[in-house]
Design a protein around this ligand. Structure first.
Ligand code: MG
Length: 246
């Protein structure tokens, strides 16, 4: 064996190991959680939407909630009408569990309320990490809590919101966190989100689960968990929901 190549190989291994261990959970302390002084994302006007590919698991096609249940395992009781479901009582979760995924979901908020009380709902990936659903069209709130935000962590890059009552879409690419046997984070979760076809989260590294007015640390969980849709006491609507496990 060529000793030069061998040393070169060794150095590559050292550098690779260093790169692995230098991956760290980001420090978001520049802005406090829900800081109202955090700059508002620029506003852009979004384009149009898409439908399920052949390899997707269709979670809601507008006809029934057979793929969904409440936390206690009872059948999902949200209203279904005219091809959409509407938040009524209690959060709903998918009966199936997912880890790494591509998720498409469409939603529309009511034209009522303001701030965090205007169509607030949310898509909780792995029942843990929330992509916020909110009317953010001419409705200002703290940037890390508006539509397209990773709630409490990252504002969207831009505000691609449509007006309340109009259908909007999220296309989400999620990479689950990995934990070692002791429950320590080996690889944090990552999320990319397109809101109405516009990139609003670009492979961001999550600091941990979604909290309210806090950023809780990671807590080890299963490799696959249900997707949850939040009930925030407002009649937000959903339709055309499909997921592809990655
Ligand atoms: Mg929410």
């Amino acid at each position: 064996m060529n000793p030069k190549l061998s040393r070169h190989g060794l150095w590559l291994c050292v550098l690779f190991a260093a790169a692995q261990t230098s991956a760290q959970i980001p420090d978001l302390s520049t802005w406090t959680v829900h800081d109202p002084d955090r700059p508002q994302p620029p506003i852009v006007t979004p384009g149009t939407m898409g439908s399920a590919p052949s390899d997707a698991v269709v979670l809601f096609d507008g006809s029934d909630l057979s793929q969904w249940q409440h936390r206690d395992g009872s059948d999902a009781s949200w209203s279904v009408m005219n091809g959409f479901m509407e938040v009524t009582e209690g959060a709903i979760l998918t009966r199936q569990s997912f880890g790494d995924m591509q998720l498409h979901i469409e939603w529309a908020t009511p034209n009522s309320g303001d701030g965090q009380n205007s169509g607030n709902s949310g898509v909780y990936l792995m029942n843990t990490y929330e992509v916020q659903v909110l009317n953010s069209y001419a409705n200002v709130t703290y940037p890390d809590g508006q539509a397209g935000s990773i709630y409490g962590q990252y504002p969207p890059l831009v505000n691609a919101s449509r007006p309340p009552g109009e259908w909007q879409s999220y296309d989400i690419i999620f990479r689950r966190p990995h934990f070692d046997d002791d429950g320590n984070v080996v690889t944090p979760a990552r999320v990319t989100v397109l809101h109405n076809g516009v990139l609003v989260q670009d492979n961001v590294v999550l600091t941990g689960p979604t909290g309210h007015r806090n950023r809780p640390p990671y807590k080890a969980h299963a490799d696959a968990l249900p997707i949850l849709l939040q009930d925030h006491n407002e009649p937000t609507r959903y339709r055309n929901i499909w997921v592809r496990s990655l």
